[in-house]
Design a protein around this ligand. Sequence first.
Ligand code: SF4
Ligand code: SF4
Length: 370
Amino acid sequence: LISIKELSPLKEYDEELNKCMMCGNCRSVCPVFQVKNEETMVARGRLRLIKALLYKEIDLSPLLIEKIYSCLSCGVCLRSCPGAVDACKIIIKTREIISKKEKIPKDIENIRDKILNFGNPFGELRKDRVFKSNINERKGVKSLFYLGCSHAYISSKVAKIIKILLEFLNYPFILLGEKEECCGEPLRRIGDIDSFKEQIRKNEDILSDLDIKEIFTSCPGCYKNLKENFSSKYKIYHISQIFYNLRNTLKFKSFPYKIIYFDGCELARYIKLFKPPREILRLIPEIILLEFDNSYEDALCCGGPLLSYNLDLAFQIAKKRVSEALEKKAEYLITSCPTCCINLRGASNKVSKSIRILEITQFLKEVILC
Ligand code: SF4
Ligand code: SF4
Protein backbone atom coordinates (compact mmCIF):
# COMPACT_ATOMS: atom_id res chain seq x y z
CA LEU A 1 0.00 0.00 0.00
CA ILE A 2 1.17 3.49 -0.75
CA SER A 3 1.84 5.53 2.40
CA ILE A 4 0.77 9.08 3.25
CA LYS A 5 4.47 10.04 3.25
CA GLU A 6 4.95 8.69 -0.27
CA LEU A 7 1.92 10.68 -1.41
CA SER A 8 3.07 13.90 0.25
CA PRO A 9 4.45 15.49 -2.99
CA LEU A 10 0.83 15.52 -4.23
CA LYS A 11 -0.40 17.34 -1.15
CA GLU A 12 0.61 20.72 -2.61
CA TYR A 13 -1.90 20.13 -5.43
CA ASP A 14 -4.80 19.39 -3.10
CA GLU A 15 -6.31 22.85 -3.59
CA GLU A 16 -5.82 22.72 -7.37
CA LEU A 17 -7.41 19.26 -7.53
CA ASN A 18 -10.43 20.70 -5.75
CA LYS A 19 -10.71 23.42 -8.39
CA CYS A 20 -11.86 20.86 -10.94
CA MET A 21 -15.60 21.55 -11.19
CA MET A 22 -16.20 18.43 -13.31
CA CYS A 23 -17.49 20.60 -16.16
CA GLY A 24 -16.12 18.22 -18.78
CA ASN A 25 -14.70 20.92 -21.08
CA CYS A 26 -11.47 18.94 -21.25
CA ARG A 27 -13.39 16.08 -22.91
CA SER A 28 -13.85 18.16 -26.04
CA VAL A 29 -10.12 18.69 -26.59
CA CYS A 30 -8.20 15.80 -25.00
CA PRO A 31 -6.71 13.87 -27.96
CA VAL A 32 -6.70 10.62 -25.98
CA PHE A 33 -10.33 10.98 -24.94
CA GLN A 34 -11.28 11.79 -28.54
CA VAL A 35 -10.30 8.27 -29.57
CA LYS A 36 -10.79 6.25 -26.36
CA ASN A 37 -13.97 7.89 -25.06
CA GLU A 38 -13.16 6.68 -21.54
CA GLU A 39 -13.63 8.91 -18.50
CA THR A 40 -10.36 7.64 -16.97
CA MET A 41 -8.50 8.85 -20.07
CA VAL A 42 -9.19 12.57 -19.86
CA ALA A 43 -8.03 15.30 -17.49
CA ARG A 44 -11.25 15.21 -15.42
CA GLY A 45 -11.14 11.46 -14.87
CA ARG A 46 -7.41 11.28 -14.28
CA LEU A 47 -7.64 14.11 -11.73
CA ARG A 48 -10.48 12.31 -9.96
CA LEU A 49 -8.32 9.17 -9.77
CA ILE A 50 -5.37 11.16 -8.43
CA LYS A 51 -7.61 12.78 -5.82
CA ALA A 52 -8.88 9.35 -4.78
CA LEU A 53 -5.26 8.20 -4.49
CA LEU A 54 -4.33 11.23 -2.38
CA TYR A 55 -7.35 10.69 -0.11
CA LYS A 56 -6.45 6.99 0.20
CA GLU A 57 -9.72 5.85 -1.41
CA ILE A 58 -7.75 3.76 -3.89
CA ASP A 59 -4.23 2.34 -4.12
CA LEU A 60 -1.58 2.58 -6.81
CA SER A 61 -2.95 -0.26 -8.96
CA PRO A 62 -1.54 -1.29 -12.38
CA LEU A 63 -4.76 0.00 -13.98
CA LEU A 64 -4.39 3.42 -12.34
CA ILE A 65 -0.74 3.54 -13.44
CA GLU A 66 -1.78 2.73 -17.01
CA LYS A 67 -4.27 5.64 -17.01
CA ILE A 68 -1.67 8.04 -15.62
CA TYR A 69 0.81 7.07 -18.36
CA SER A 70 -1.80 7.32 -21.11
CA CYS A 71 -1.70 11.13 -20.83
CA LEU A 72 0.31 12.83 -23.59
CA SER A 73 1.42 15.75 -21.37
CA CYS A 74 0.16 17.84 -24.26
CA GLY A 75 -1.36 20.50 -22.01
CA VAL A 76 -4.28 21.41 -24.26
CA CYS A 77 -6.81 20.64 -21.50
CA LEU A 78 -5.51 23.64 -19.55
CA ARG A 79 -6.51 25.87 -22.49
CA SER A 80 -10.15 24.88 -22.10
CA CYS A 81 -10.31 24.61 -18.31
CA PRO A 82 -12.39 27.27 -16.51
CA GLY A 83 -10.74 26.34 -13.21
CA ALA A 84 -7.23 26.71 -14.72
CA VAL A 85 -6.35 23.25 -13.41
CA ASP A 86 -2.96 22.23 -14.76
CA ALA A 87 -3.75 18.53 -15.13
CA CYS A 88 -0.52 17.86 -16.97
CA LYS A 89 1.61 19.15 -14.08
CA ILE A 90 -0.37 17.12 -11.53
CA ILE A 91 -0.16 13.98 -13.68
CA ILE A 92 3.63 14.34 -14.00
CA LYS A 93 3.89 14.79 -10.23
CA THR A 94 1.92 11.56 -9.82
CA ARG A 95 4.36 9.86 -12.21
CA GLU A 96 7.20 11.01 -9.92
CA ILE A 97 5.53 9.13 -7.07
CA ILE A 98 5.04 6.07 -9.30
CA SER A 99 8.69 6.26 -10.36
CA LYS A 100 9.92 6.51 -6.76
CA LYS A 101 7.84 3.38 -5.96
CA GLU A 102 9.57 1.71 -8.96
CA LYS A 103 6.21 0.97 -10.52
CA ILE A 104 6.79 2.53 -13.94
CA PRO A 105 5.27 0.23 -16.61
CA LYS A 106 7.91 -2.10 -18.07
CA ASP A 107 7.91 -0.65 -21.61
CA ILE A 108 8.40 2.85 -20.25
CA GLU A 109 11.08 1.69 -17.83
CA ASN A 110 12.95 0.24 -20.82
CA ILE A 111 13.02 3.69 -22.43
CA ARG A 112 14.44 5.14 -19.21
CA ASP A 113 17.11 2.42 -19.02
CA LYS A 114 18.13 2.94 -22.64
CA ILE A 115 18.65 6.66 -22.01
CA LEU A 116 20.75 5.95 -18.94
CA ASN A 117 22.79 3.15 -20.55
CA PHE A 118 23.08 4.26 -24.18
CA GLY A 119 22.48 8.03 -24.04
CA ASN A 120 19.36 7.76 -26.24
CA PRO A 121 15.83 6.34 -25.78
CA PHE A 122 16.19 3.85 -28.65
CA GLY A 123 19.11 1.85 -27.26
CA GLU A 124 21.21 2.64 -30.34
CA LEU A 125 25.00 2.56 -30.22
CA ARG A 126 26.90 5.83 -30.16
CA LYS A 127 29.03 4.74 -33.11
CA ASP A 128 25.85 4.53 -35.23
CA ARG A 129 24.95 8.19 -34.86
CA VAL A 130 24.47 9.98 -38.16
CA PHE A 131 27.42 12.36 -37.73
CA LYS A 132 30.85 12.18 -36.15
CA SER A 133 32.09 15.10 -34.08
CA ASN A 134 33.69 17.91 -36.11
CA ILE A 135 34.86 19.96 -33.14
CA ASN A 136 38.56 19.59 -33.97
CA GLU A 137 38.10 20.81 -37.57
CA ARG A 138 35.89 23.75 -36.60
CA LYS A 139 38.03 25.66 -34.14
CA GLY A 140 36.56 29.09 -33.33
CA VAL A 141 32.99 28.22 -34.40
CA LYS A 142 30.61 29.40 -31.69
CA SER A 143 27.43 27.62 -32.75
CA LEU A 144 26.50 24.05 -31.81
CA PHE A 145 23.97 21.95 -33.74
CA TYR A 146 22.45 19.75 -31.01
CA LEU A 147 20.72 17.05 -33.03
CA GLY A 148 18.58 15.29 -30.47
CA CYS A 149 18.13 11.52 -30.51
CA SER A 150 15.45 11.28 -33.23
CA HIS A 151 17.56 13.09 -35.80
CA ALA A 152 20.72 11.30 -34.70
CA TYR A 153 19.20 7.87 -35.43
CA ILE A 154 15.57 7.41 -36.51
CA SER A 155 15.25 10.46 -38.78
CA SER A 156 18.91 10.73 -39.74
CA LYS A 157 17.94 11.52 -43.35
CA VAL A 158 16.49 14.82 -42.14
CA ALA A 159 19.65 15.57 -40.14
CA LYS A 160 21.67 15.12 -43.35
CA ILE A 161 19.33 17.49 -45.19
CA ILE A 162 19.71 20.15 -42.48
CA LYS A 163 23.50 19.83 -42.69
CA ILE A 164 23.44 20.20 -46.48
CA LEU A 165 21.17 23.27 -46.30
CA LEU A 166 23.21 25.01 -43.62
CA GLU A 167 26.46 24.33 -45.45
CA PHE A 168 24.90 25.70 -48.64
CA LEU A 169 23.94 28.83 -46.69
CA ASN A 170 27.44 29.11 -45.20
CA TYR A 171 26.15 28.79 -41.64
CA PRO A 172 29.01 27.27 -39.62
CA PHE A 173 28.32 24.92 -36.70
CA ILE A 174 29.97 22.24 -34.65
CA LEU A 175 28.62 18.76 -33.96
CA LEU A 176 29.16 16.72 -30.80
CA GLY A 177 28.93 13.35 -32.58
CA GLU A 178 29.31 10.42 -30.19
CA LYS A 179 29.59 12.78 -27.22
CA GLU A 180 26.00 14.01 -27.58
CA GLU A 181 23.70 12.74 -24.83
CA CYS A 182 19.90 12.62 -24.72
CA CYS A 183 18.78 15.97 -23.30
CA GLY A 184 16.72 14.08 -20.71
CA GLU A 185 13.27 15.43 -21.59
CA PRO A 186 11.70 11.93 -21.86
CA LEU A 187 12.85 11.24 -18.28
CA ARG A 188 10.96 14.30 -17.01
CA ARG A 189 7.78 13.07 -18.71
CA ILE A 190 8.30 9.58 -17.33
CA GLY A 191 8.55 11.09 -13.85
CA ASP A 192 12.13 10.01 -13.04
CA ILE A 193 13.24 13.46 -11.95
CA ASP A 194 16.54 12.32 -10.39
CA SER A 195 17.63 10.76 -13.68
CA PHE A 196 16.35 13.82 -15.55
CA LYS A 197 18.55 16.11 -13.44
CA GLU A 198 21.49 13.75 -13.85
CA GLN A 199 21.04 13.84 -17.66
CA ILE A 200 21.08 17.64 -17.61
CA ARG A 201 24.22 17.58 -15.49
CA LYS A 202 25.93 15.23 -17.97
CA ASN A 203 25.01 17.54 -20.84
CA GLU A 204 26.18 20.66 -19.03
CA ASP A 205 29.53 18.98 -18.33
CA ILE A 206 29.92 18.30 -22.06
CA LEU A 207 28.90 21.85 -22.99
CA SER A 208 31.22 23.42 -20.43
CA ASP A 209 34.24 22.09 -22.38
CA LEU A 210 33.14 24.03 -25.47
CA ASP A 211 33.64 27.67 -26.30
CA ILE A 212 30.18 28.29 -27.79
CA LYS A 213 27.64 31.08 -27.66
CA GLU A 214 24.60 29.50 -29.28
CA ILE A 215 22.95 26.09 -29.49
CA PHE A 216 20.38 25.27 -32.13
CA THR A 217 18.40 22.08 -32.37
CA SER A 218 15.93 20.52 -34.77
CA CYS A 219 13.99 18.77 -31.97
CA PRO A 220 11.26 20.76 -30.17
CA GLY A 221 11.59 18.57 -27.04
CA CYS A 222 15.32 19.33 -26.79
CA TYR A 223 14.62 22.98 -27.58
CA LYS A 224 12.13 23.33 -24.74
CA ASN A 225 14.42 21.53 -22.32
CA LEU A 226 17.52 23.50 -23.36
CA LYS A 227 15.61 26.77 -22.98
CA GLU A 228 14.00 25.97 -19.65
CA ASN A 229 16.61 23.95 -17.80
CA PHE A 230 20.08 24.63 -19.19
CA SER A 231 22.47 27.47 -18.47
CA SER A 232 21.14 30.83 -19.59
CA LYS A 233 24.55 31.78 -20.99
CA TYR A 234 23.73 30.16 -24.33
CA LYS A 235 21.35 31.56 -26.93
CA ILE A 236 19.00 28.70 -27.79
CA TYR A 237 17.30 28.40 -31.17
CA HIS A 238 15.02 25.99 -32.93
CA ILE A 239 16.12 25.21 -36.49
CA SER A 240 13.07 27.05 -37.89
CA GLN A 241 14.38 30.23 -36.24
CA ILE A 242 17.79 29.75 -37.88
CA PHE A 243 16.16 29.51 -41.32
CA TYR A 244 13.87 32.41 -40.47
CA ASN A 245 16.92 34.54 -39.61
CA LEU A 246 18.49 33.53 -42.93
CA ARG A 247 15.30 34.17 -44.92
CA ASN A 248 16.68 37.07 -46.94
CA THR A 249 19.33 34.77 -48.42
CA LEU A 250 16.80 32.12 -49.49
CA LYS A 251 15.39 31.84 -53.01
CA PHE A 252 12.41 29.59 -53.62
CA LYS A 253 10.83 28.00 -56.63
CA SER A 254 7.06 28.33 -57.11
CA PHE A 255 5.02 25.75 -55.27
CA PRO A 256 1.32 26.02 -56.19
CA TYR A 257 0.04 23.42 -53.72
CA LYS A 258 -2.07 23.38 -50.58
CA ILE A 259 -0.01 22.81 -47.49
CA ILE A 260 -1.12 22.71 -43.88
CA TYR A 261 1.20 23.50 -40.97
CA PHE A 262 0.95 21.27 -37.91
CA ASP A 263 1.91 22.90 -34.59
CA GLY A 264 3.57 20.39 -32.27
CA CYS A 265 2.76 20.88 -28.57
CA GLU A 266 6.22 21.78 -27.32
CA LEU A 267 7.01 24.42 -29.90
CA ALA A 268 3.53 25.93 -30.17
CA ARG A 269 1.75 25.59 -26.84
CA TYR A 270 4.69 25.54 -24.46
CA ILE A 271 7.17 27.87 -26.19
CA LYS A 272 4.68 29.81 -28.36
CA LEU A 273 6.92 29.59 -31.40
CA PHE A 274 4.50 29.85 -34.33
CA LYS A 275 5.82 32.66 -36.46
CA PRO A 276 9.19 31.52 -37.90
CA PRO A 277 7.97 28.31 -39.59
CA ARG A 278 4.86 30.00 -41.02
CA GLU A 279 6.74 33.08 -42.19
CA ILE A 280 9.27 30.94 -44.06
CA LEU A 281 6.46 28.98 -45.72
CA ARG A 282 4.71 32.22 -46.72
CA LEU A 283 7.82 33.30 -48.63
CA ILE A 284 7.35 30.47 -51.12
CA PRO A 285 5.70 31.78 -54.31
CA GLU A 286 2.14 30.54 -55.01
CA ILE A 287 1.98 28.35 -51.92
CA ILE A 288 -1.47 27.99 -50.34
CA LEU A 289 -1.02 27.85 -46.59
CA LEU A 290 -3.92 26.23 -44.71
CA GLU A 291 -4.59 25.99 -40.98
CA PHE A 292 -6.17 23.31 -38.83
CA ASP A 293 -9.30 24.38 -36.95
CA ASN A 294 -7.25 23.89 -33.78
CA SER A 295 -3.89 25.52 -34.36
CA TYR A 296 -1.28 27.70 -32.69
CA GLU A 297 -1.65 27.32 -28.90
CA ASP A 298 -4.84 25.31 -29.29
CA ALA A 299 -3.34 22.72 -31.63
CA LEU A 300 -4.22 19.14 -30.80
CA CYS A 301 -1.41 16.67 -30.15
CA CYS A 302 -0.61 14.03 -32.80
CA GLY A 303 -0.15 11.34 -30.13
CA GLY A 304 3.62 11.27 -30.65
CA PRO A 305 4.55 11.03 -26.96
CA LEU A 306 2.91 7.58 -26.90
CA LEU A 307 4.79 6.35 -29.96
CA SER A 308 7.41 4.37 -28.09
CA TYR A 309 5.10 2.53 -25.70
CA ASN A 310 1.56 2.58 -27.08
CA LEU A 311 1.90 2.56 -30.84
CA ASP A 312 -1.72 1.65 -31.46
CA LEU A 313 -3.07 4.60 -29.47
CA ALA A 314 -0.45 6.96 -30.94
CA PHE A 315 -1.54 5.98 -34.47
CA GLN A 316 -5.25 6.26 -33.66
CA ILE A 317 -4.69 9.85 -32.50
CA ALA A 318 -2.44 10.68 -35.46
CA LYS A 319 -5.05 9.30 -37.88
CA LYS A 320 -7.49 11.91 -36.58
CA ARG A 321 -5.01 14.71 -37.28
CA VAL A 322 -4.32 13.35 -40.78
CA SER A 323 -8.07 13.12 -41.45
CA GLU A 324 -8.47 16.75 -40.32
CA ALA A 325 -5.73 17.77 -42.78
CA LEU A 326 -7.47 15.80 -45.56
CA GLU A 327 -10.79 17.49 -44.76
CA LYS A 328 -9.02 20.79 -45.46
CA LYS A 329 -7.92 19.31 -48.81
CA ALA A 330 -4.25 19.68 -47.88
CA GLU A 331 -1.77 18.03 -50.22
CA TYR A 332 1.19 18.46 -47.87
CA LEU A 333 1.33 18.39 -44.09
CA ILE A 334 4.40 20.15 -42.70
CA THR A 335 5.64 19.96 -39.14
CA SER A 336 8.71 21.18 -37.26
CA CYS A 337 9.04 18.08 -35.08
CA PRO A 338 10.60 14.70 -35.95
CA THR A 339 8.31 12.79 -33.59
CA CYS A 340 5.15 14.39 -35.02
CA CYS A 341 6.42 13.64 -38.51
CA ILE A 342 7.13 9.95 -37.80
CA ASN A 343 3.78 9.46 -36.08
CA LEU A 344 1.67 11.37 -38.60
CA ARG A 345 3.39 9.65 -41.52
CA GLY A 346 2.94 6.21 -39.95
CA ALA A 347 -0.76 6.92 -39.43
CA SER A 348 -1.27 8.48 -42.86
CA ASN A 349 -0.06 5.27 -44.52
CA LYS A 350 -3.18 3.71 -43.00
CA VAL A 351 -5.55 6.57 -43.92
CA SER A 352 -4.58 7.93 -47.33
CA LYS A 353 -1.61 8.09 -49.63
CA SER A 354 -2.81 11.39 -51.08
CA ILE A 355 -1.03 13.61 -48.55
CA ARG A 356 2.73 13.97 -48.13
CA ILE A 357 4.02 14.50 -44.63
CA LEU A 358 7.36 16.22 -44.22
CA GLU A 359 9.46 18.00 -41.66
CA ILE A 360 9.83 21.66 -42.53
CA THR A 361 13.54 21.29 -43.32
CA GLN A 362 12.84 18.38 -45.71
CA PHE A 363 10.24 20.52 -47.39
CA LEU A 364 12.60 23.50 -47.64
CA LYS A 365 15.19 21.30 -49.35
CA GLU A 366 12.58 20.61 -52.06
CA VAL A 367 11.65 24.25 -52.64
CA ILE A 368 14.87 26.20 -52.08
CA LEU A 369 16.70 27.00 -55.28
CA CYS A 370 20.21 25.71 -54.72
S1 SF4 B 1 -2.44 16.78 -21.07
FE1 SF4 B 1 -3.37 16.21 -23.08
S2 SF4 B 1 -3.61 13.97 -23.00
FE2 SF4 B 1 -3.25 14.68 -20.89
S3 SF4 B 1 -5.30 14.98 -20.02
FE3 SF4 B 1 -4.69 16.98 -20.85
S4 SF4 B 1 -5.48 16.99 -22.95
FE4 SF4 B 1 -5.56 14.86 -22.26
S1 SF4 C 1 -12.03 21.40 -17.93
FE1 SF4 C 1 -10.95 21.66 -15.97
S2 SF4 C 1 -12.60 22.01 -14.47
FE2 SF4 C 1 -13.56 21.16 -16.30
S3 SF4 C 1 -13.60 18.93 -15.91
FE3 SF4 C 1 -11.73 19.33 -17.07
S4 SF4 C 1 -10.15 19.61 -15.51
FE4 SF4 C 1 -12.13 19.80 -14.46
